[in-house]
Write a protein that binds this ligand. Structure first.
Ligand code: ZN
Length: 456
């Protein structure tokens, strides 16, 4: 017999794939959503995003947001457009970063007439999202009627990222969101979860391990030095959020300790520039090492040679600057943004280098470059790739396979079931198997659209 206290979780999207996190938790007369992200894959924005949600947006009480990556927040305006009028709850930085991300998305997406995106990402919907939004500090508890208690623990993934802990009928259910690649240069380590009964976890790198952090800094140093010696241009497609700030932090240390020679370094991404300002504002959420460096008077994200190019004219003028030089620009998977112009200009020359700093989704231009394609198409033009291709996968903001396993281990003795989501199928299945083999944990990889019961 089904217990009427039982909860139901539906993996509306974000299962069997990395992106599009959107989970529905129902029970005892309440409906909650955890994340409402964009589905991204071959296209920056998949057509699937614009199909109607499988639930009635009007009936949702609260939407919890684990963090402000597009694949966790990108469909909030659509939810509003379909009539959502509940509360949105996250940490303080998540709310502020989301507002910047929405402005950027509205600019990018409103040209899509076919899917009516100008209406979905309207100023009105974005403003309404902000007006419904409330914040919680890490550890602060939110009790609501029908016996639910919610709180965020620091996930250490990006600034403001949280794991959502839910206590209901003496059961603890944890939605991990994305889990940080601790130790991170800037953020505290992922908090430990104990005594969890059920966990809905990410598995982006469920089947792979990263390079060590020391190795990645060494590799960054080598790539920069090699490029300098070749008198080339080093282009770094980067993710505006967290990756860029980590990269600036590491280059700051290489420059100020005179480990690399001085040269012009351009931060050519308006979004990255704005987000870096938010990081500076919320340095109270940094780890102790970063706070100590700030206390000495060092500006973590600023150093000799760095130039922020906010305006288009400034961006275009970079081409006139003689090499050696470094250009950091978005997007991280080369599926849009100013990096495309730089790739067009610099990839055909064997003296130049492109440095990939993160996961490149199947079907993106970044993935083609990573896989060694010699001919690629950028903005309708065929480009021959002769530049050197370097990769540092240690820059991921996600835990790798061994660390995901280590994270679950801390609460393996109490877990009744783990749902392995937010990963490509082979990655999720590998992790589920490993959790089962290592700790006898009942780990399951749900499919998108599937519903499961949480026994309470
Ligand atoms: Zn994320």
């Amino acid at each position: 017999m089904a217990n009427e206290k039982n909860l139901k979780v539906t993996f509306c999207s974000g299962a069997g794939t990395v992106t599009g996190a959107n989970f529905l938790l129902e029970g005892n007369g309440k409906k909650f959503l955890i994340d409402c992200g964009l589905i991204q894959g071959e296209k920056f924005v998949d057509d699937l995003n614009w199909e109607k949600f499988s639930y009635d947006a009007v009936t949702i009480d609260i939407l919890f947001i684990t963090h402000s990556h597009i694949d966790h927040i990108g469909r909030i305006p659509k939810l509003i457009n379909e009539g959502f009028c509940g509360k949105i709850i996250s940490t303080v930085p998540t709310k502020e970063i989301t507002e910047i991300m929405f402005a950027d998305m509205a600019h990018l997406l409103s040209r899509d007439v076919e899917h009516n995106l100008a209406e979905i990402y309207s100023a009105e919907n974005i403003k309404k999202a902000s007006s419904l939004w409330e914040t919680l500090e890490y550890g602060q508890k939110l009790n609501i009627d029908h016996g639910f208690q919610f709180s965020f623990k620091d996930a250490g993934h990006i600034l403001g990222s949280g794991m959502l802990e839910i206590i209901y009928n003496n059961r603890k259910i944890v939605f991990t969101g994305d889990l940080g690649n601790s130790p991170s240069p800037l953020l505290p380590n992922t908090e430990v979860i104990k005594n969890a009964d059920y966990m809905i976890m990410e598995s982006c790198y469920g089947d792979r391990n990263h390079e060590k952090r020391e190795e990645r800094k060494k590799k960054l140093e080598e790539v920069i030095k090699n490029n300098y010696n070749r008198k080339g241009t080093l282009i770094i497609p980067t993710f505006s959020l967290e990756r860029t700030q980590e990269l600036l932090y590491e280059i700051n240390s290489l420059v100020e300790n005179n480990i690399i020679p001085r040269m012009p370094i351009f931060l050519d991404s308006p979004l990255s520039i704005k987000l870096t300002d938010v990081y500076l504002k919320y340095d109270k959420y940094f780890n102790e090492t970063a706070k100590k460096i700030i206390a000495t008077g060092d500006k973590l994200f600023d150093f000799p040679g760095l130039k922020e190019t906010l305006e288009t004219d400034e961006s275009k003028a970079i081409l006139e600057v003689p090499p050696p030089k470094i250009i950091i620009a978005g997007s991280g998977m080369s599926n849009g943004g100013r990096i495309l112009h730089h790739e067009k200009n610099y990839l055909p020359d064997e003296n130049n280098t492109i440095l990939l700093t993160g996961y490149q989704a199947v079907g993106t231009l970044g993935r083609l470059i990573e896989d060694g394609a010699k001919k690629i198409h950028i903005m309708g033009e065929e480009i021959t790739v002769r530049a050197n291709i370097a990769k540092i996968i240690g820059y991921s903001t996600h835990k790798d396979s061994d660390h995901l396993v280590g994270f679950v281990e801390k609460t393996a003795n109490t877990l009744k079931k783990v749902f392995v989501t937010m990963g490509e199928p082979k990655s999720s299945m590998f992790l589920a198997q490993k959790l089962n083999d290592s700790f006898g944990v009942n780990a399951y990889t749900p499919m998108a659209g599937e519903s499961v019961t949480i026994e309470c």
